[in-house]
Design a protein around this ligand. Structure first.
Ligand SMILES: C[S@@+](CC[C@H](N)C(=O)[O-])C[C@H]1O[C@@H](n2cnc3c(N)ncnc32)[C@H](O)[C@@H]1O
Length: 434
């Protein structure tokens, strides 16, 4: 993909869809609070941002995704690099274009003539021509300073919004250092599935391939030998320890990574999901994997299982701050004020799950969040719903002892496994119905 960004410089200036799409994505994320994926779905380099048009070819989409994600991941650092070269603050869209140029120069190894030339052309394409001279001059200075400009900057601190940094307490620096790295591709293998070529088996059982690997091109993909799932995301379903024949609900199921884990253990799985579009993806995933589950389009708050259940996996909707490596837009889109509403929804789902369980039945509550309100605090509150805490044992977390909290919960974060390439942030706790 590096090449893709570099190649564009040799094309005619102004004919580069990658930068145009990346710019439109950045505008959509920062001005309209769209996710990168949503913005890409609406991208059309031939039209100004926000107008849906022809589908973007997948190679352009991937390269634009990488560029926009790099800007969002390193936004604080990029602002600090540009600041000395700007006499006064430019309009927000001009600043985005400058950050895009600087990201290519400093993080994506794009040749200077390509990085500067394409962003200058972009200014004309997006009705910002009066600023083309400024952009040209500033980016040339950034190119002249080179990566040495990064040396004096505290990148991890600059790139994380202050409210998130303070919410992560003593782990903040470690987490932020992990977020600065691009996430690898992690797979969960079907039982007995073969590791694709180049894959490394991780201590927890997932298989890891380098960032940028195209999953659909791997041997065994079409045959359903594996599915994409971050190493940390694969742990909660393992901790539920599904047994063949057990009645288990996956209450927030799409796109189905955890449903697949439960089904491949031989459990009788109800995959409950309220979003019809996401449910379609879950169905497609299960079909490719040749796995079976009872797919239920319903709100888990009101759904009632045909009989009380043996176990539940509750992967509740959350702030998703634990996925910021893969989705750096999360850093810019989430706000501290979002947390209270999410917490309320999580408690309602825990309460609903408790009602579905037979006495002695277990639930693993999980969130891909790094926020303590959505993690430990929810575990502390679960007794209100007739649930007892059942901590994970050291043996259950033997493959990742550093992720076991003093209370016996699971807490992963992007700063773990730095030498192996990190992992997403997840919290999980187990409760049993009294
Ligand atoms: C964190 S994602 C789940 C990821 C999934 N467990 C996996 O591993 O692939 C949360 C999902 O919960 C769904 N959801 C949110 N609230 C729900 C509810 N009340 N009932 C059912 N599904 C819900 C969302 O649409 C979303 O697909």
């Amino acid at each position: 993909m590096n090449n893709r960004l570099s190649d564009a410089g040799s094309r005619k200036a102004g004919s580069d869809p990658t930068r145009t799409i990346a710019f439109d994505v950045l505008v959509a994320v920062t001005e309209r609070r769209r996710t990168i994926e949503e913005a890409l779905d609406h991208a059309d380099p031939a039209r100004p941002s926000g107008m849906a048009g022809a589908q973007v070819p997948s190679r352009d989409r991937a390269a634009a995704h990488r560029l926009a994600a790099t800007v969002l991941r390193r936004m604080g650092t990029l602002e600090a690099v540009l600041e000395p070269f700007l006499a006064k603050a430019p309009p927000p869209r001009v600043k985005l274009a400058l950050m895009m140029g600087a990201a290519q120069l400093l993080f994506l190894e794009t040749p200077p003539h390509a990085a500067v030339g394409t962003v200058v052309s972009l200014m004309r394409e997006r009705s910002l021509a009066p600023f083309a001279g400024l952009v040209n001059a500033v980016l040339r200075k950034v190119a002249g300073a080179g990566v040495a400009a990064l040396d004096a900057l505290d990148g991890p601190r600059l790139d994380v919004p202050a409210w998130l940094w303070s919410s992560w307490g003593g782990l903040a620096r470690q987490i932020a250092e992990g977020l600065a790295r691009e996430a690898p591709l992690d797979l969960t293998l079907r039982p007995g599935g073969a590791t694709p070529e180049g894959g490394v088996l991780l201590p927890t059982g997932s298989v890891r391939l380098p960032a940028g690997t195209r999953v659909a091109e791997l041997d065994g993909y079409a045959e359903g030998g594996f599915w994409v799932q971050d190493a940390a995301a694969a742990i909660p379903a393992r901790l539920l320890a599904p047994q063949a024949g057990e009645r288990i609900a996956d209450l927030c199921a799409a796109p189905g990574g955890k449903t697949a884990q439960l089904a491949s253990a031989g459990a009788q799985v109800f995959a409950v999901e309220r979003d019809g579009n996401r449910l379609r993806r879950l169905r497609q995933n299960l079909t490719r994997l040749q796995l079976e589950a009872e797919i239920v389009e319903a709100d888990a708050l009101v759904w009632t299982p045909p009989e009380l259940l043996d176990a539940i996996l509750l992967d509740a909707p959350c702030s998703a701050t634990g996925t910021a490596r893969r989705h750096p837009d999360v850093l810019r889109l989430k706000r501290q004020s979002d947390i209270a509403g999410l917490v309320e929804g999580q408690d309602r789902l825990i309460e609903a799950a408790a009602r579905m369980l037979r006495p002695g039945g277990r639930v693993v509550y999980a969130v891909c969040s790094l926020q303590p309100e959505e993690g430990d605090r929810r575990a502390e509150a679960a007794h209100r719903f007739g649930l007892s805490l059942e901590p994970f044992t050291t043996q259950e977390l033997a493959a990742l002892p550093e992720a076991r909290t003093p209370e016996g919960w699971l807490r992963t974060h992007p700063g773990l496994w730095p030498e192996l390439g990190g992992m997403d942030g997840f919290f999980a706790a187990r409760f049993v119905r009294r």
